[in-house]
Design a protein around this ligand. Structure first.
Ligand code: PRP
Length: 212
């Protein structure tokens, strides 16, 4: 019987490239992925893997619904959407932080509702609920750093990697919320049906993580 393919959702972009090279070194290469074209699906039948590139914030949706057996998603996305998946391995890459940032002269007036601009609505709600702080969420889709500069919000809840975007826009980290890294996730029923295939892959990826 031919081996069943493992469907793997990768986040399009820099993180995805890094993570794919971990899969490659772990013995799950798919040479056609390096061809210069705009294809989104690549497979290596011999290795039993089929990769597809999706928007980073969509990886968890593909995996939760079983369109992908496994995938790679940042802890930011997992905390925001809380998909019903297994988190198999911390890949120790794509490291950054979720934080609250504000203009340098920001002073939190606790008697007022705090206006928070963010892409991460659930993360922000949960964080401020734990502090019993009243907030007004302003949901944006990108360039969040502009919001406090233009007076649209008091603070932002967003990701900081190098800190360059904050620095160049005169904002400062005000509070840390949680550390972020990329995680290998699995669809729950795929894990029951393709247990040994997935476990072998996790073991091979662990070796790559430990080598870093
Ligand atoms: C993320 C984040 C910050 C920036 C942080 O933005 O929202 O804007 O990266 O990185 P840094 O600390 O290294 O400067 P992303 O590139 O995902 O774009 P967007 O949120 O504006 O869409």
């Amino acid at each position: 019987m031919s081996k069943e393919m493992l469907n793997i959702a990768l986040p399009k972009g820099r993180l995805g490239e890094k993570v794919y090279s971990m899969f490659e070194k772990a013995g799950y290469e798919c040479p056609s992925i390096h061809e210069k074209n705009r294809k989104l699906i690549f497979e290596n039948e011999e290795k039993g893997v089929r990769y597809f590139w999706v928007k980073p914030s969509d990886v968890a949706i593909y995996v939760e619904r079983g369109a992908a057996d496994i995938g790679v998603a940042g802890k930011d996305i997992l905390n925001e959407y809380e998909p019903n998946v297994y988190e198999l391995l911390d890949l120790n890459t794509g490291i950054c932080k979720m934080m609250v940032a504000a203009p340098a002269n920001f002073h939190d007036d606790k008697s007022r509702t705090l206006r928070v601009a963010t892409k991460f609505v659930n993360v922000a709600r949960t964080y401020y609920a734990s502090k019993s702080r009243d907030i007004d969420i302003i949901k944006l889709n990108g360039s969040i750093e502009i919001a406090p500069i233009l007076g649209l919000s008091d603070v932002i809840v967003d990701i900081v990697e190098t800190g360059t975007t904050l620095r160049e826009n005169n904002l400062k980290v005000y509070e840390d919320i949680f550390p972020i890294s990329a995680r290998l996730i699995s669809n729950k029923s795929s894990f029951q049906f393709k247990t040994s295939q997935i476990e072998d892959l996790v073991e091979a990826m662990k070796v790559q993580v430990d080598r870093k």
